[in-house]
Design a binder for this molecule. Sequence first.
Ligand code: FAD
Length: 411
Amino acid sequence: MSRRSIVIVGAGHAGVQAAASLREEGSDDAITLLSAERDLPYQRPPLSKAFLKGAMDLAGLPLRAEQFYREKNIDLRLGVAATRIDLAAKRIELAHGPAEPFDHLILALGARSRPFALPGVELDGVLSLRNIADAQAIRERLGAGRRVVVVGAGFIGLEIAATALALSGAVTVIEIADRPLGRAVSPLTSDFFRDAHRAFGASFRFGVGVAAIEGVGGTVTAVVLTDGERLEADVVIVGVGVFAEDRLAREAGLESKDGVIVDEHLVSSNPAVSAIGDGARFPQHSVRQALRLESVQNAVDQGRATARRLMGKPEPYRALPWFWSDQGDLKLQIAGLSHRVDRWTLRGDPQSRAFAAFGFAGPTLAAVETVNRGADHMAARRIIGGGLPLTPEEAADPAFDLRKLALSVKA
Ligand SMILES: Cc1cc2nc3c(=O)[nH]c(=O)nc-3n(C[C@H](O)[C@H](O)[C@H](O)COP(=O)(O)OP(=O)(O)OC[C@H]3O[C@@H](n4cnc5c(N)ncnc54)[C@H](O)[C@@H]3O)c2cc1C
């Protein structure tokens, strides 16, 4: 294979993995990895967990040491945003410096916090969390006695709530739906987390939105809810989801719809451009619909799959989705996707703070949510991934050996 020029835009979990996997697969292509951020490419999950709590410092965040990029001859350019893709000329324009030609372009652009258009969002102390600077700004404002209002009871909102409580703050979580994690987990797991966060010390307001955010002298002081309630606040954290960062692709005429649209090989509407990670909308085979996934697993596996395809080993992207979230002393892990689940079966007792919810789509196990049961999660990944037969009755039976079933398939 002749030496190509591969440009990767975005050095998050997906972009860095694509570059690393290209080298692992034996690529001697010229690899340019562009990052709009100035920090050495880093892990995002700790930003709402250990880093926010002060249990991990900046040194713990990088995905790879600086020398990795040097040794692997990956031209990592920090603080260099791509501004325009010229598909006809096959080159990408940069915020500064000459345009970069490419034979193949990998868009690994990630996502950005969904804008929250309300009076008062510009006040000091109203924050969202996507990058290191956001996490540092939030961390500075958490602490004993701080009144924290979290808008949105999704994964990030609840992780921040648990961290703020661990730092002795007073936390209220506002959620427009009637339960936390509504779009992401079963009612059973959702109820469990609602009760667990109450036990940590959080207050919830369900079924209401934010009408306005108030401040004095440019600094936030309160949140007014749509039912008229006024909550005093020292800090307001908005965690209402993300949009795909697909502006570059849209402006270049690539098919996009909250995410660059790709086929099952992660190739966009132009064969010279792939898209991976949070910013890609791909046909997910098990739920038979096009979707975006926001997880480290998906970003990493799509990076790998794209590198392999570029090295002449194409395979449709079929990796089993899995995810985790740490909230206080609770580790939630999810294997599979629950879109088609029509029956949930419980294994273990939520009262013991360790249980699993098995989701079946007809007779087939489709998704498993575990809390503090890592072994069940690992078994579930193999059982779902291998299409192994498991009945709801077996799943619910504590004497049934899940591990043995899981090990009956080769990894
Ligand atoms: C606080 C937080 C906690 C999380 N916790 C978990 C968790 O516990 N478990 C889990 O599985 N997932 C978690 N996630 C989600 C996970 O981090 C994402 O799914 C993952 O980061 C996606 O990787 P990515 O490479 O697609 O995008 P990103 O990591 O967002 O990286 C994209 C990069 O592209 C850059 N970029 C964008 N546009 C340009 C441009 N024009 N030019 C140059 N660079 C550009 C961006 O600046 C960014 O650095 C969490 C996310 C956050 C924010």
